[in-house]
Design a protein around this ligand. Structure first.
Ligand code: ATP
Length: 225
């Protein structure tokens, strides 16, 4: 297999339709031959939710089974690494695994691109992979100047993606909007509101069976990305 591999990392706490449909659209638009879903240890900056890494991985397993995309794989390796974990190390590991010539891209939503300057060694991410950035409703404001300047010479079109080097560029995709976040869904679950528009039935069943997300989380102080 020599096509593009998309890595999709996140806390997926819980995985929702915004993740699944954004991944599907991004694969369609880039022609990627596979998507590797990478649940990460939850950022210490984000609220504690009570769902364990194993439960988040199980929710992903159920969501991927529901999505029915044979080219999607779940990789839980990162969950077993001692924290903190950083995306730069993930990309370095995947580049070593795939060799120098295989095209590799890190998929993220537009909110993640806007916050990229807080990530460890963010300017070096493209030494290992392309960045493919999907639309995210509510996050289409101008990028911070630092990111915009960095992005300027790296931006390429979809057509250029597979003709370019196997890493090093930035592709902004116009994906359909999915106005949902895991934070919204945790609040909906804690309040007993319906979630069927956003969670796969098997994901919701698992959440109910294990009594997950019955309380709102509590924010922590430091951050790793
Ligand atoms: P939280 O609300 O807990 O911060 P989240 O919904 O943003 O979670 P994450 O697991 O943190 O979900 O996101 C993983 C990746 O998926 C990030 O790159 C994020 O930008 C992207 N993403 C999440 N939700 C959407 C969405 N609705 N549309 C497009 N991209 C999304």
């Amino acid at each position: 297999m020599t096509g593009l591999t998309l890595l999709f990392g996140g806390s997926f706490d819980p995985v929702h339709r915004g993740h699944v449909e954004t991944a599907r659209a991004s694969q369609h638009l880039t022609g990627a031959c596979q998507i590797i879903w990478l649940p990460t240890p939850r950022s210490p900056l984000k609220a504690r939710t009570g769902a364990t890494p194993e439960q988040r991985a199980e929710l992903l397993r159920l969501a991927l089974a529901d999505a029915g995309e044979p080219s999607w794989l779940l990789d839980t390796e990162e969950l077993r690494l001692p924290p903190p974990t950083y995306s730069i190390d993930t990309l370095r590991r995947w580049r070593a695994r795939l060799g120098a010539d295989r095209p590799l891209a890190f998929l993220m939503g537009r909110d993640s691109l806007a916050g990229l300057a807080a990530w460890r060694d963010w300017r070096r991410l493209c030494e290992y992979a392309h960045l493919v950035v999907a639309s995210r409703p509510g996050h289409d404001a101008a990028l911070p100047t630092e990111i915009e300047n960095w992005a300027e010479n790296r931006r390429i079109s979809r057509a250029e993606l597979l003709q370019s080097r196997p890493f090093g560029s930035l592709l902004l995709l116009d994906t359909p909007p999915w106005p949902v976040s895991s934070t919204d869904l945790r609040a909906a679950l804690a309040d007993g509101r319906q979630t069927s528009d956003w969670l796969a039935p098997a994901v919701r069943d698992y959440i109910d069976h294990h009594g997950l997300y019955l309380e709102q989380g509590h924010d922590q102080e430091s951050h790793a990305s």
